[in-house]
Write a protein that binds this ligand. Structure first.
Ligand SMILES: C[S@@+](CC[C@H](N)C(=O)[O-])C[C@H]1O[C@@H](n2cnc3c(N)ncnc32)[C@H](O)[C@@H]1O
Length: 264
């Protein structure tokens, strides 16, 4: 019957159009449900697992950006934070780097295969707590860890959790800016004004830049950008911003010659 129908040009055209529409819908469902992203993560972790074991965190932490490393090392050496929180653990390169500077490091990863990969890489690291969760739930995660955002504790945040279909930044930044009293916050993949050599993210057509976060800021924060030109940086060349709400931390940031305060 179908064979007979297919002989008619018009019916063949309609059947083919339906078939192609059906394929498009299925593809969209796969993409928008994040299935392709999940498959790619499983593939990444499988390839990683099958490769000879190396953990080159010294060269690959902080996107392999030497100047970024110099700046953050200077901050973390000058200020001893009670807690360092990273969102987006991935392989754990930066997590391991952070573990040199505080007695308590928390890193949050939402992909199960990637989480276990990082766990393997960071076996035996007593001051690191890896958490399998969506960093949109930062408030809840901190509550579960008995961390009171409204305490006087000093916290260094490194926000680096993002994916094609997911952008937890708004929830993360709102919580940090509204609740924490003494923090330095670094947001990765952020547009650096006047230097397009550094890459940055965009979400739903909006660039991750000062305009994107402006409505979350309360005028009590100080904003710093690296002043090292991208042509003098190494590694993946991603932009970033540093934000603090603490007067003493601001003074410390002012002593670092590779970053400059930004006037809103
Ligand atoms: C760029 S990688 C992080 C790199 C890592 N911070 C480093 O410096 O080595 C981003 C990671 O964020 C994770 N991720 C994406 N969305 C997330 C979310 N909502 N919550 C937690 N992790 C997330 C991804 O699975 C990925 O492993």
């Amino acid at each position: 019957m179908i064979k007979l129908l297919k002989k008619n040009d018009l019916i063949f055209f309609i059947l083919k159009s339906f078939q192609s529409l059906f394929k498009k819908i299925i593809n969209k469902i796969i993409i928008y449900s994040g299935l392709d992203e999940r498959i790619s993560k499983i593939e990444t972790s499988l390839v990683y697992k099958l490769q000879p074991k190396t953990f080159p965190w010294q060269t690959l932490c902080l996107n392999g950006q030497e100047n970024r490393k110099k700046i953050i090392t200077e901050i973390l050496t000058k200020i001893k934070f009670d807690l360092i929180v990273e969102t987006g653990t991935e392989y754990g390169f930066s997590t391991k780097y952070f573990s040199q500077f505080s007695n308590k490091i928390m890193s949050i990863e939402k992909s199960k295969p990637i989480f276990f990969m990082a766990k393997n890489n960071l076996i035996g690291e007593k001051n690191i707590k890896l958490i399998l969760n969506d960093s949109k739930n930062l408030n809840l995660i901190l509550n579960n860890e008995d961390i009171n955002p409204e305490s006087e504790s000093t916290v260094f945040f490194y926000l680096d959790a993002h994916a094609e279909d997911d952008y937890p930044l708004i929830e993360e930044i709102s919580l940090i800016l509204n609740k924490f009293k003494n923090f330095i916050l670094v947001i990765d993949d952020f547009e650096i004004p006047g230097d397009d050599g550094y890459g940055y993210d965009s979400y739903r057509g909006k660039k991750l830049n000062i305009k994107f976060i402006k409505k979350l800021l309360s005028k009590k924060e100080y904003i710093f950008f690296p002043n090292v030109h991208s042509s003098n940086e190494t590694g993946r060349l991603r932009g970033y911003v540093l934000i603090t709400n603490n007067e003493d931390f601001k003074q410390t940031l002012n002593t670092i010659k590779e970053i400059s305060i930004f006037d809103l």
